[in-house]
Write a protein that binds this ligand. Structure first.
Ligand code: GAL
Length: 687
């Protein structure tokens, strides 16, 4: 960890607790009350001024820092650190009036107007210049302010506008393509333009994949997705460089959404000094905590295991779903602790005080419209005080023996149209692979396909349709040297330009998996079939997809009992070198998936954090210099009793520990300190 990040954490003196703070929406008379209430609630950090541009720079080049000076001072006096926004996520209306070319344009050619937020073209020099001027002024003014802990650059890049198709963007896309390919021959080859008379003879002919009569060139779409993520990243980096130059000792970040397709988190992560995440689990969705666990593991993994910040979550209801339920009593606390369990060292919310006007007035806040006489305030203020009891986990991490592979270019390519099936959704598939391991309480990292996999006992690869040579070589090496790999259907099909890897699917993985896929047999939604395990005969449902598998050394683990491929393998297993490769040629139902992945984990020696827990109880272990902390989270509506390791001591939460027996109330959370470190990674064991 860099010194600047270390300093940022150290000044919080425990875990971070706070919220987005938008004082510009309120008269100055409210601010004193805010400071008092922040103290009451244990708030020690706020994200300040994220949408403050129009209030800071009221006219081009005319800055009004008075209110920001005042609020920075007040926060400092109140002992609250500031994650200061660069305020560039929502340009003021004057920018659009003076420079309409800063506004983004959709694929259909429609210009998006001001009046909401994020209305900027990432390739607009004018926008970048105006944003840069503001950032420079902010850095010069507040760089040495004692309240400043961290810079918050932009906000949720790509959330509303992830790509722009205007002429400036087209020119930037061409420049990016020239850098990537050097000459047009290379581009024509990569884009397979011999097809449908698409050959380009001049760079000026190349454009973003604007609306077209039918399927746009897939490689063009794929490169445009790469370019768009990079173009947003370069907006971030432009601001980052200015801040680095003026305030080299202050770390910077931006808030990443949950599994967000337009932004390649793996490419962005190295530019963030600390990973920050916005998480909005849906209280009406029964699977929401499983998905949240995945996102949190991803955030930790993006930072190489280092602590991350839960930068935003809702204290209760949001305002942007079709129907917005509040979080039931205890759920905000439980879900906050879930993030901490998975490695967050800060728990923050959107937002501090509920807006009285504007599009988000029905979004929950720490201080609701009803003030402190509200359930939300009671819960958040009690929890803020309680959280100080978890200070000892700061800096500790989760060690995982299993990893799931995720890749943005693959995601972009997999979900392009004109495939055997357009019903394959990467996020859905990733969750289907992750959930059974989560239910078994197996700790998981989320890694890119070219990552070093040698530390993991089990590596799960959902639908890696696009595979680079390096990734294929890495997976091969992983299995050959003793790892257990699980790969699911429609993997290893194309190269990085969406060109088929010829020689029988999945060409680069055929010998590792010990099979060849002759044909794809996708099924439309609603069609289900059955497969049966070879070793004892349990049957499970399958849907969406079936590969016609020809075995080339692999053994069948399960076989279709009906449908067009009856009697042929649905799931296989193959020894390759010192390792094992399991292949899923179809999409098993939940029970089937759980059995396949539990067997793979057992075979690989990827042990649960704690075995034999009732369904709905999540166990996560954070380890660090301060010892080992076992988080037990009861997501269920009934109390449970769980057995914890010998010598455990209750450190936090509402369970009752009697020897090794822990009673955990419904929606309860306990953290127990363990006498010994229980799990070792594959590398550690080898030592
Ligand atoms: C986030 C955004 C916040 C606020 C919040 C509401 O996506 O960063 O500014 O809009 O959603 O849930």
């Amino acid at each position: 960890m860099t010194d600047s990040v270390e300093r940022m954490w150290a000044r919080l003196n425990g875990l971070g607790y706070g919220a987005d703070y938008n004082p510009e929406q309120w008269p100055a008379s409210t601010w004193a009350e805010d400071m008092k209430l922040m103290r009451d609630a244990g708030v020690n950090i706020v994200s300040l001024g994220i949408f403050g541009w129009a209030q800071i720079e009221k006219r081009p080049g005319e800055y009004d820092f008075g209110w920001l000076d005042e609020i920075m001072d007040q926060l400092h006096e109140a002992g609250v650190s500031v994650c200061l926004a660069t305020a560039t996520a929502s340009p003021p209306p004057w920018l659009a009036r003076l420079h309409p070319e800063t506004l983004p344009v959709t694929k259909e050619g429609t210009r998006l107007w001001p009046g909401s937020r994020q209305h900027f073209c990432p390739s607009s020099d004018r926008y970048r210049q105006a944003a840069g001027n503001l950032v420079r002024r902010l850095a010069q003014r507040y760089g040495t302010h004692p309240a400043l802990a961290l810079w918050h650059i932009g906000n949720e890049y790509g959330c509303h506008v992830s790509a722009c198709y205007c002429d400036a963007s087209a020119a930037a896309f061409r420049r990016w393509l020239r850098d990537r390919y050097g000459d047009l021959d290379a581009l024509n080859g990569a884009w397979s333009t011999a097809f449908w008379s698409q050959r380009y003879g001049d760079w000026a002919e190349v454009s973003p994949p604007r609306i077209a009569p039918t399927f746009a060139n897939p490689a063009q779409q794929l490169d445009f997705a790469r370019f768009s993520s990079e173009e947003l990243r370069s907006c971030y980096q432009t601001e980052r460089e200015i801040l680095r130059e003026i305030t080299p000792r202050i770390p910077a970040t931006t808030n990443l959404l949950s599994l967000w397709k337009p932004v390649d988190f793996f490419a962005w992560a190295p530019g963030l000094d600390v990973i920050a995440h916005d998480s909005y689990p849906d209280p009406d969705d029964g699977q929401t905590v499983t998905a949240a666990a995945f996102n949190y593991d991803l955030m930790r993994s993006l930072g190489g295991g280092r602590p991350w910040m839960l930068m935003e979550q809702a204290p209760s209801a949001v305002n942007w779903r079709l129907s917005n339920s509040p979080k039931p009593p205890g759920v905000m606390r439980l879900w906050s602790c879930q993030a901490v369990a998975h490695g967050a060292d800060a728990v923050m919310f959107f937002q501090w005080r509920a807006s009285a006007g504007g599009a988000e007035k029905f979004h929950s806040a720490l201080v609701p419209h009803g003030g402190t006489a509200t359930r939300t305030w009671r819960e958040v203020s009690e929890f803020g005080r309680e959280l100080t009891g978890l200070a000892g986990v700061r800096g500790s991490t989760v060690r995982a023996q299993a990893a799931i592979v995720l890749d943005w270019p693959n995601w972009w390519a997999l979900e392009l149209e004109s495939h055997p099936s357009t019903w394959v959704s990467l996020v859905e598939q990733v969750h289907r692979h992750h959930a059974p391991l989560w239910r078994e309480n197996i700790a998981i990292d989320v890694v890119a396909p070219e990552a070093d996999l040698s530390g993991y006992r089990l590596v799960v690869v959902p639908n890696l349709y696009l595979i680079t040579d390096r990734a294929a070589a890495g997976l091969r090496e992983y299995v050959a040297s003793g790892g257990h790999l699980v790969v699911s259907f429609f993997s290893g099909i194309v190269d990085e330009h969406d060109r088929i890897r010829l020689g029988g699917y999945p060409a680069p993985l055929r010998d590792v998996l010990g099979l060849r896929v002759d044909e794809f047999w996708p099924w439309p939604p609603g069609t289900t079939h059955e497969a049966r395990f070879e070793d004892g005969g349990a049957a499970f449902g399958v849907d969406l997809w079936a590969d016609a598998i020809e075995l080339e050394g692999a053994a069948p683990v399960a076989v279709y009992t009906d449908g067009p491929l009856a009697g042929t393998p649905a799931v296989t297993r193959h020894r390759f070198g010192d390792g094992t490769a399991t292949y899923l040629g179809t999409r098993p139902d939940e029970a089937g998936m759980r059995r396949i992945l539990a067997a793979a984990a057992a075979d690989a020696g990827a042990a649960p954090v704690l075995a034999g827990l009732p369904d709905g109880v999540e166990a996560v272990r954070r380890e660090g210099p301060g010892g080992s902390h076992l988080f037990l989270l009861n997501h269920g509506a009934e109390p449970v009793t769980v057995t914890v390791p010998d010598g455990s001591a209750l450190r936090f939460g509402d369970g009752v520990l009697d020897g090794t027996s822990l009673n955990l109330p419904a929606r309860g959370v306990s953290v127990v300190g363990e006498a010994v470190q229980v799990q070792k990674s594959k590398n550690q064991e080898a030592m």
